[in-house]
Design a protein around this ligand. Structure first.
Ligand code: SF4
Length: 696
C-alpha cells in the first residue's frame, strides 16, 4: 500500500490524541501492539490513560475494514467494494457540480489530521474539486487565539517558546485551561514551578483539578474573563508595574488600551465577575512583580463570541508587562487537538493557503498555484467558516455534498441537532473514519481509513515543534490511507494537479508551498526531525537554524512591533433569563477525547468515564430539589440534554457544567450556542443560558 512504511517490531512515535503529542514507543508483543512511554521533551516519559490505552483501537471489533454504501432502496448502510464506493462518490460529485456549480461540493477537515493530510485536503478542495467551501473543526478549537495572535504579533504559534519554560516561571497565569484533565503530563511542569515557590494562578468558573493544584484560583462568572484581564492591567498601571521601556520600544497602540482599562476598577469588576478585589490585586502583583512570568489561555477563554477580544485582553496584559520575547516569559495558548497547530497552517482553513498564507493575497496564490501546477486564476477564493459552512448544507444556496475527514460534527458542533439535520439533508455525505462515528452513521458513503500506527506523517505540537509520526504496521486488509483515497479520487475526477499517496512526497511539496510564508517549513526535513526532538517552525532553510523562541528581537509585523488593541467587556451572546436562569459551560473529562468516537470504545476509558453528567453546586441542587444521581433535563433555547446530577462544591451556584463527549440524549452540544465571534467565527461553546429540572 503506498504511503505506509513499516517498522517490523517497534516504532518511536507519538500519541494519537492531544496537542502535547507525548512520545511513545509501539511494540509488537505476542500478536498485540503495546504502548510504552518514551522520553520526549513534552511528556518526559509520562502518558495519560488515553495514551496508555491508545493501541486498543487498532484491532477493535468496531474497526471499519470495508467501505459502506447506503442502499437507496432500504436506506441501510451495506458493505461495498472500494471501486463501488469511489464510483458513487465521483459520480455524485460530477452530477452535483454539473447541476449546482463547483461550490456545491464542500470539504470538512480536522485538527487531528497529519500535516500531510491537512495539506492534501486543502489542495484537493481547491484543485480537484475547485470549491471554495472547505473548513475544519479546528475553527471550534483554536481560532480565537489564532486570530488574536495574528493581529497582535503578526504570527500565530500556540506557544512561542518551548514548554520547558513553564517549569521555570516565577508566576504562571492559566486562563480557562485544565491540563490536569486534558494534558496530565504537562502538570509536572506546573507543579514543579509551584513547588519551587512560584505562583500558579488559575482563572476558571470551576475549581477543576488544575485549579485545586494552584496557589490561587479566580472563579469568574462564565463569559467574564475579559473583564478580569482589563482589571489586572488596570491594577498594574495604577501600581506602576507596566514596563514602559518595553512598551515604547517594542509595541504600538498602548494609549488606547490605557484609556479603556482605566474604567475597569477592581471593585466594579468584582461585581461583574464575582472575583474578589483582593484576588485581582494579588494576581496583578504576582504578574507585575514576578521575574519570569507566563500567561496562558485555552478554550475557556477562547470559545466565546468575544473570544478574540478576550484573548487580546490577556495579550495586552502580557505586552504591557513586557513579557513576549523576554527569556522565560511570554504569552501562549495551549492548543487542544493533536495537530491543532499544524492543522491550521497548511490550507484546510476557508481563508488560507499553505504556509499560513491568506487565500486572497495575490502573491500567495501565485506561489502556491505554481507549486500545485495550476493557474492562480483557477484557484477559488475564500469560503466560509466551519459553523457557517455546516449551517448552509442542503439549503437552497448551500452545498449539496460534503466530504468529512477526521471529524465528527454530529457530536462536536454547536447547536448539534440543527447541524445533524443539515447533514441529513445533503444529496451526498461522505465520511472517512476508523469507526462508525455518529456522523459516519448518517453518511451515504463511509470509507475505512488507516490509524496513526499504520501510516507515516508529521504533526506540529502545541510548541510549533514538527514531529514524526512513524508507522508500526500496515493498515488491515480493506483499509486505505486518507492520502491514498484523495489521490485516487483526484485521479478519477481528472484533477489538473498531481497528488501523491506517499506522505514523504507530500511533505516535501508542503515544504515548497510553505516557503516564504509565516509558517515556513522549508528547512524542516524528516532527517532533521529524526536527528533531534523535532524542529520548530519557522525554519526557512535546511542549512539554517529553526526557531524554538519567537519575538526575541522583533515581532513579524511590518514595523517589527507588537500591536495593542483596546478591548471592552460585553455580555455573553445569551444571558440568563427567568425561563433559562442558569449558565451552562461545557468541557472535557480526563478519560475521554473530543467527540469520543475513539475513546468511548476503549474499555478502561469507558469504565472510567461511562457517560455524560451534569455538575451542579449543592446549594443549587437544594433549591431545585435534586439529589446526587438524579436524572436531570437541561434545556436551552436550542435543545435538551438528559444526564444524571453530580453534586460538587467546585462549581459556582449559578452555573452548571456538562462534558461534550457523548451523543444521543447525552449530547451536550444540543444545548450550546451558535453565536459566532465576529473575527474568528468561533462559536460560543463556553456559555449559554439553560433551565435545569429533575426528570419525573
Ligand atoms: Fe496523549 Fe495528550 Fe494524554 Fe499525552 S496528554 S498521552 S498526548 S492524550
Amino acid at each position: 500500500r503506498p504511503g505506509t512504511a513499516v517498522a517490523p517490531q517497534e516504532a518511536a512515535t507519538h500519541c494519537p490524541y492531544c496537542a502535547l503529542q507525548c512520545g511513545m514507543t509501539l511494540r509488537h508483543v505476542e500478536g498485540r501492539v503495546e504502548v510504552h512511554p518514551r522520553q520526549f521533551p513534552t511528556n518526559r516519559g509520562g502518558l495519560c490513560q488515553k495514551g496508555w490505552t491508545a493501541a486498543e483501537l487498532l484491532d477493535h471489533p468496531d474497526r471499519l475494514t470495508t467501505p459502506l454504501l447506503r442502499d437507496r432502496t432500504t436506506g441501510e448502510l451495506r458493505p461495498a467494494s472500494w471501486d463501488d464506493a469511489l464510483t458513487r462518490i465521483t459520480d455524485g460529485i460530477r452530477d452535483i457540480q454539473a447541476r449546482h456549480g463547483r461550490d456545491a461540493v464542500a470539504v470538512f477537515g480536522g485538527g487531528g489530521l497529519t500535516n500531510e493530510k491537512a495539506y492534501a485536503l486543502g489542495k484537493f478542495a481547491r484543485v480537484a474539486l475547485g470549491t471554495r467551501n472547505i473548513d475544519y473543526n479546528g475553527r471550534f478549537c483554536m481560532s480565537s487565539a489564532a486570530a488574536a495572535g495574528m493581529r497582535a504579533f503578526g504570527i500565530d504559534r500556540g506557544l512561542p517558546f518551548p514548554l520547558a519554560d513553564l517549569g521555570r516561571a516565577d508566576t504562571l497565569l492559566l486562563v480557562g485551561a485544565n491540563p490536569a484533565e486534558t494534558m496530565p503530563p504537562l502538570m509536572r511542569y506546573l507543579t514543579e514551578q509551584r513547588d519551587a515557590g512560584g505562583e500558579l494562578i488559575v482563572v476558571d468558573p470551576r475549581a477543576t483539578a488544575t485549579a485545586r493544584a494552584a496557589t490561587r484560583h479566580l472563579q469568574p462568572l462564565p463569559g467574564t474573563d475579559l473583564a478580569v484581564a482589563n482589571a489586572l492591567l488596570h491594577v498594574a498601571l495604577t501600581e506602576g508595574w507596566v514596563d514602559h521601556d518595553y512598551v515604547a520600544a517594542r509595541t504600538t497602540g498602548f494609549d488606547a488600551v490605557r484609556r479603556v482599562v482605566a474604567g475597569y476598577w477592581p471593585a466594579l469588576v468584582e461585581r461583574l465577575t464575582g472575583v474578589p478585589v483582593a484576588d485581582l490585586e494579588a494576581t496583578a502583583r504576582a504578574l507585575g512583580t514576578g521575574g519570569r512570568v507566563v500567561i496562558l489561555t485555552a478554550r475557556g477563554a477562547e470559545q466565546h463570541a468575544k473570544g478574540v477580544d478576550t484573548v487580546t485582553g490577556y495579550v495586552n496584559l502580557a505586552l504591557a508587562l513586557g513579557l513576549p520575547g523576554r527569556p522565560g516569559s511570554g504569552y501562549g495558548c495551549l492548543t487542544g487537538q493533536g495537530n491543532g497547530q499544524g492543522g491550521r497552517e497548511h490550507g484546510q482553513k476557508a481563508d488560507q493557503l499553505p504556509g499560513y498564507r491568506r487565500i486572497d493575497d495575490p502573491a500567495a496564490r501565485e506561489h502556491v498555484a505554481a507549486v500545485w501546477g495550476v493557474p492562480a486564476d483557477d484557484l477559488p477564493g475564500p469560503g466560509v467558516s466551519a459553523y457557517e459552512l455546516l449551517d448552509s448544507l442542503g439549503t437552497p444556496d448551500g452545498p449539496r455534498a460534503l466530504l468529512v475527514l477526521g471529524s465528527n460534527p454530529v457530536v462536536s458542533a454547536p447547536r448539534a441537532a440543527r447541524v445533524e439535520a443539515r447533514l441529513r439533508s445533503l444529496d451526498l455525505l461522505v465520511v472517512s473514519d476508523l469507526v462508525l462515528s455518529e456522523t459516519a452513521a448518517i453518511a451515504d458513503v463511509v470509507l475505512p481509513t488507516a490509524q496513526w500506527a499504520e501510516e507515516d506523517g508529521t504533526m506540529t505540537n502545541l510548541e510549533g515543534r514538527v514531529l514524526r509520526r512513524r508507522a508500526l504496521r500496515e493498515p488491515p486488509p480493506g483499509v486505505r490511507t486518507d492520502l491514498a483515497v484523495l489521490t485516487e479520487l483526484a485521479g478519477r475526477l481528472g484533477s489538473p494537479g498531481r497528488f501523491s499517496a506517499d506522505p514523504r512526497t507530500v511533505f516535501d511539496e508542503l515544504r515548497r508551498a510553505s516557503a516564504g510564508g509565516p509558517a515556513d517549513y522549508t528547512g524542516v526535513t524528516w532527517e532533521r526531525i529524526d536527528d533531534r526532538d523535532g524542529v520548530f517552525w519557522p525554519c526557512p532553510s535546511v542549512a539554517g537554524p529553526d526557531t524554538p523562541r519567537l519575538f526575541v528581537d522583533r515581532f513579524p509585523t511590518p514595523d517589527g512591533r507588537a500591536r495593542f488593541h483596546p478591548v471592552e467587556h460585553r455580555p455573553a451572546a445569551e444571558e440568563v433569563s427567568p425561563d433559562y436562569p442558569l449558565y451552562l459551560t461545557t468541557g472535557r473529562v480526563l478519560a475521554q477525547y473530543q467527540s469520543g468516537a475513539q475513546t468511548r470504545r476503549i474499555t478502561p476509558l469507558r469504565t472510567a468515564a461511562p457517560g455524560v453528567f451534569v455538575e451542579l453546586h449543592p446549594d443549587l441542587a437544594e433549591r431545585l430539589g435534586v439529589a446526587d444521581g438524579d436524572e436531570l433535563r437541561v434545556t436551552s433555547r436550542r435543545g435538551e440534554l438528559l444526564a444524571p446530577a453530580r453534586l460538587t462544591p467546585t462549581i459556582r451556584p449559578d452555573t452548571v457544567f456538562a462534558p461534550f463527549h457523548w451523543a444521543g440524549t447525552g449530547r451536550a452540544n444540543s444545548l450550546t450556542n451558535d453565536a459566532l465571534d465576529p473575527t474568528s467565527r468561533m462559536p460560543e461553546f463556553k456559555v449559554c443560558a439553560v433551565r435545569v429540572e429533575k426528570v419525573g
